[in-house]
Write a protein that binds this ligand. Sequence first.
Ligand code: ATP
Ligand code: MG
Length: 650
Amino acid sequence: MSDEATISDLLHENRTFPPPPDVAREANVSGDAFAAADADRLGFWAQAAERLSWETRWERVLDWDPPFAHWFPGGRLNVAYNCVDRHVEVGHGDRVALRWEGEPGDARTLTYLGLRNEVCQAANALLELGVRAGDRVAIYLPMIPEMMVAMLACARIGAPHTVVFGGFSAEALRTRIRDCDAHVVITADGGYRRGAASALKANVDAAVRDCPDVRHVVVVRRTGQEIAWNTELDVWWHDLVDRQSSEHTPDFFESGHPLYILYTSGTTGKPKGILHTTGGYLTYVAWTHWAVFDLKPETDIYWCSADVGWVTGHSYIVYGPLANGATSVMYEGTPDTPHQGRWWELVEKYRVSILYTAPTAIRTAMKWGADIPRRFDLSSLRVLGTVGEPINPEAWMWYREHIGGQRCPIVDTWWQTETGGILITPLPGVHTTKPGSAIRPLPGISAEIYNDDGHLLPRKDAAGYLVLTEPWPGMMRTIWGDDERYRETYWSRFPGVYFAGDGAKWDTDGDIWLLGRVDDVMNVSGHRISTIEVESALVSHPGVAEAAVVGSPDPTTGQAIVAFVIPRGRPETDGQTFARELREHVTREIGPIAKPKQLLVVAELPKTRSGKIMRRLLRDVASNRELGDVTTLTDSSVMDLIKEKLPNAP
Ligand code: ATP
Ligand code: MG
């Protein structure tokens, strides 16, 4: 691929892993689903919608007024009824919905019946506060069961929630409350992270000072820490909710009724308020959760380690698993508290069979070393998943070997806040997997790759821009309050198709590899080089745990590659020798064109609070520019440390 307009294909990964025969034999979904969806895409989704209970059946599968999709118009349903009540009605009230563990080691178990009762009480409480269908409610909670209860209570009364990740600042909370005009905020005094109580309520106090329309702040008592109390606004959750009736008759809402607004991670800039609706979204997360993880609700113990504050938590901790009647594990704290084996201890304790996590967590576990998971019994695991960033093949192999015991299929799931659910992934019983590849679009999903001019590329050995050419049930409805930005952001780069903002390639077998964000693609001497391929070459060196690369302006080559590397253990050689060795390693692995001009060994990389590498900030330092928006960064001191390493940074 020498064409200037396409992304180079440098990485050659040849390892393959066919589906384990026992998994394939018992799998929920077989290869036939692809043929069925190809023959009748809308019919396929209509059948998926049968997984839900509809009070009124829909009139049509889809009204498509590009770029606005209305799935299952005329259908009426209640999301909370689908996630909770109906399981109780068919006799599964005693089934465990949630096994929750707090960071200090306290635990709670909620059955479907128990969850139903609490959701009804919380719904009655919101009604008492004057919340009505269509009103927005902000939720700023730690990872405690009330998070799930609060979201479902909102859904039950048709009040869209906006969950703001508990690690965000008062400022981030304020802008989100104001953007969607929420009048009620649900929070907690604090939550436990890294062995200490974080202060959530104080951030809410600071945020609502500039939100005159907020009328009530409902506070869950989690830590018992000292907090300020504003008698005009504040009410304790236990005072308000516990005295409510545990009966509530749900109303049913039209399929296009808003379910929630969620802001994107902010990896590329200012977060966008993504609006998801009811019937299509719930159909999609229920079907994909069942299909992609091969969920057996009677026997599996499912754990998604994401925070509910991200879309992964919305779709695959709350709505998908509950719609399917699954038993889930939820953990409040950080993976290294009180020790670096905490996650693996939880897998052993709860006999987790499906684990869904992110590349950042796997790379961190790799950095801490395989000796840690080895101390625990992980034999209950049968399917592993990852999401959030491209996964370096070495991290995938490590996950397979040290967590999955070489036996668990890994589903590398590509999707976005905007897409509502997983779109590209292998299916555990169907596909041969390859470390680093997201393999195929799901049945009923029309993914293609375009070149720079908007031409469809053949599905073989070609790289470019990932697009979706047909609507799907989980897709966003719009950007909250800004249809024009919705059109402009996703539908204008290539008219008529959804542009995801990510680069991708088809390999010679017709499998898809995500190449990272298009904004991050580097241009070196006319070659467009994806960040992930160079990073994966670096991570394939045994001395490297994590790597990020960016382009910086260069008078001769246009851009030069600058690499930032976190070592695995202590480098055996001095810094300069190590850097030289790594640059040569990249040359050997993928070619001289990809050799970083500059390589810096660092202790940390700038990441969003959901753990994604923020290359735009590295690009700013490498290019000698002022840093862009840092509000979604986990720890801004990381950038100061990195700047010190660069001789001529601002
Ligand atoms: P913003 O849109 O505000 O910049 P963001 O894109 O990080 O933030 P999310 O919706 O959380 O917000 O992330 C979606 C993005 O994450 C995808 O567009 C893609 O770049 C990346 N991603 C997610 N899963 C995968 C995966 N399995 N492989 C490769 N990339 C992935
Ligand atoms: Mg994005």
